[in-house]
Design a protein around this ligand. Sequence first.
Ligand code: NAD
Ligand code: 0WE
Length: 255
Amino acid sequence: MEGKTGLVAGVANRNSIAWSIAQRLAAEGARVVFSYQGERLRGRVEALVGELEGDHLLLPCDATSDQEIDILFREIESQCGGLDFLVHSIAFANKEDIAGHFVNTSREGFRLAHDVSAYTLVGLARGAAPLMERNGGGSIIALTYLGSERVVPNYNVMGVAKASLEASVRYLAADLGPRGIRVNALSPGPISTLAARGIAGFSEMLKAVADRAPMRRNTDPAEVADASLFLLSDMGRGITGELIHIDGGFHIVGM
Ligand code: NAD
Ligand code: 0WE
């Protein structure tokens, strides 16, 4: 990844999947721009980035704001020129909407989950595309979850938002392919991150997956980082619009 520059959106702390991905990309020589949701997170992300070799950049961006996305890419353009890759690792739904019955999802809860978890990919891809075109093309990945394809208890509106994210990956791949930009999704099995830990019954879910997955274990974030490196590098140059499960095979199992 030497000579490549990319944006990683979604590092909140050391357990973030985006942090595992960014560490691997930086270790392979990439320059990484980190965007963080708000000033509340700056200190923590700064401390993490300080652990990396190389010259990286930190910029704020609440991805639900078109204005903040605009400012982010203007800043990247002036500091880096172009862009080669983008990692989208952002999701949010109200706590009450990822518990209980999906049928009770409010209009506002549905809107929020889709705005944060799906539309942000479209907004960030639109901002990144001209900078990628300048570099002769680029590669975009988004993190999704099996709850989009099958009913996972309590995942509820997040599953519907992830289905939208995955469809957005395909439409973006078709739109941006002629400009040399690839767009793919990675679907890891459950990983114990901040976004996952608050969820009731999460440790039981980890155990159920490890018991039934063909590989008989849970997903290691380093495995997600390796697959990300593949798709974001020239090794993935023939692949776009694809969804890769990184779940030890759990998604193939019927019982
Ligand atoms: P995480 O909490 O570390 O990451 C979620 C990130 O989303 C945070 O950095 C948060 O700041 C960011 N975010 C939320 N709203 C935002 C906004 N408006 N603007 C900018 N950033 C915003 O948790 P994670 O588990 O690393 O999640 C990362 C991605 O991986 C998510 O898309 C999640 O759905 C997906 N995923 C997670 C798992 C899992 O089990 N942990 C499994 C499969 C997929
Ligand atoms: O995408 C996710 C989690 C995303 C998430 C997590 C939270 C917790 C805190 C979105 N919004 C919020 N809102 C909060 O207030 N995952 C893939 C992890 C996850 O979450 C689940 C899972 C899995 C797996 C929720 C229910 C069931 C399974």
